[in-house]
Design a protein around this ligand. Structure first.
Ligand SMILES: *Cc1c(COP(=O)(O)O)cnc(C)c1O
Length: 432
């Protein structure tokens, strides 16, 4: 599942002790395992082998150039949501021809750039967007490849902020309206109706919602493919990962827990979905982000203070919500483990950052081994929606990112310097 493990009591990423990285690069520090990253891609790729398929890694989950390059080297395509992401893919050596462009708010400039670069498909979220893409394509004398994102209106059973496939969400076009939308789109001269797309949400830990959505949408895809020159059906991303194994007990490794064994594996996902998709005879696209990158990264942080109030044991660390916002934003859980394993007493602790917000916490009342100032902790499963959501709030520099490959490590993003944070700010003449 991932390549973070204890060796003689010290936490390693692949062949490298994390403590050695802390010494070299400081904290807060994102550490990624290339083997975990590429392993997830390959497992999913192998499970989907019975289908003509393309994995389009969702760039927004972790867009570091090194991550994109490692996946591109394996033949990955990319699911992008902005011109910036497309430019990143190109900068990393990825092919625009394997890029699908999603998102409800594509600007004219973004559409033009993507058309000029020859992307695989625009995944379209509204009729005004279809008209806009048609207009821009006409101006450039190009045929724009498009797929409509169908909203299948199935509950994904996940957190409200990451559900996308119901009519309460801003995403996609309602299932009942899609046929008419294609009929109108087919009259727009500069569009090429290349396929159909859906994406129902993120962090889905059961196959059932995927199955319901696919069962509902496959007949529609079949019908449309008979009318239009379809090449693909994209079933979106959303495969969940394990965030919450039980705390280590009795010497067992903390990820070897019953909960971890319940994970939605590529094999389970494929066993249910491949038979439903095979008869379509379309190329199947899948857009996983979290599944590929989530467990491939950790955020390493140093304990600055331990503060005991009457009620609480606060572990104040040097990482904060500006480095990893998921707990504040989605109430999400990250396993927290010390770099040096210890079997001493367990204390219910609040792990908090230094930012002036009550929301700046990583865990509340978490049973943790007793740690002291200067020790380091790892926030596990921080490879997706971690660094990419980082900000400079409280004028805190963006963390460094390191990629591990076997016994090798490389900084794949330097720690931001403080003056860089305000380098684009200016004083108006009247204040000088
Ligand atoms: C965010 C997103 C994904 C990836 O979601 P994960 O849960 O990270 O797999 C895929 N497709 C679209 C359209 C998205 O917006």
């Amino acid at each position: 599942m991932h390549d973070f493990h204890y060796v003689a009591g010290d936490l390693y990423c692949e062949g490298v002790p994390i403590a050695s990285l802390v010494k070299k690069f400081g904290t807060p520090l994102y550490v990624y395992s290339q083997r975990t990253l590429t392993g997830h891609f390959q497992k999913l790729d192998a499970a989907l082998a019975p289908l003509d398929h393309l994995i389009c890694y969702s760039v927004k989950a972790n867009s570091n150039l090194a991550v994109l390059r490692a996946l591109s080297n394996l033949g990955s395509g990319f699911d992008i949501v902005s011109e910036g992401e497309l430019r990143r893919v190109i900068a990393a050596g990825g092919s625009p021809k394997k890029c699908a462009f999603a998102g409800v708010g594509k600007t004219e400039a973004e559409i033009e750039f993507a058309l000029r670069r020859g992307i695989y498909s625009f995944n379209v979220e509204s009729e005004p967007e279809l008209e806009r893409i048609n207009r821009v394509a006409g101006r450039l004398k190009k045929a724009a490849p498009v797929a409509v994102r169908v909203n299948p209106n199935v509950a994904a059973g996940t957190h409200a902020k990451i559900t996308t496939g119901t009519y309460e969400n801003k995403f996609g076009i309602a299932f009942e309206l899609v046929e008419d939308v294609y009929a109108r789109a087919s009259r727009l001269k500069n569009l090429r109706l290349r396929g159909l797309q859906m994406h129902i949400g993120s962090q889905l830990t059961e196959v059932k919602p995927f199955e319901s959505a696919v069962r509902k949408v496959v007949p529609l895809a079949e019908k449309l493919a008979a009318k239009y020159p379809f090449e693909f059906f994209s079933i979106g991303g959303g495969l969940g990962i394990v965030y919450q194994p039980a705390l280590a007990s009795g010497g067992a490794d903390w990820w070897q827990t019953p909960k971890a064994k319940d994970i939605l594996t590529p094999a389970k996902y494929a066993a249910t979905l491949v038979p439903l998709l095979k008869s379509l005879h379309l190329r199947i696209l899948i857009e996983p982000g979290r599944f590929i990158a989530g467990n491939a990264g950790i955020l390493v942080t140093r304990v600055e203070y331990v503060k005991r109030t009457g009620r609480k044991n606060f572990v104040i660390v040097d990482a904060a919500m500006n480095d990893l916002i998921r707990p504040a934003f989605y109430d999400s859980y990250h396993e927290i483990v010390p770099l040096r394993r210890r079997n001493g007493p367990i204390v219910a602790s609040d792990v908090v950052g230094p930012i002036c917000e009550s929301g700046d916490y990583f865990a509340k009342n978490r049973p943790l081994p007793k740690v002291g100032e200067g020790e380091c902790l790892a926030l596990m499963s921080a490879g997706a929606y971690g660094f990419v959501m980082a900000s400079n709030y409280n004028t805190r520099a963006l963390a460094a990112e390191v990629l591990i490959h076997g016994n090798k490590s490389a900084v794949v993003r330097d720690r931001q310097s403080l003056p860089e944070i305000w380098k684009d700010e200016k004083l108006p003449a009247w204040l000088k």
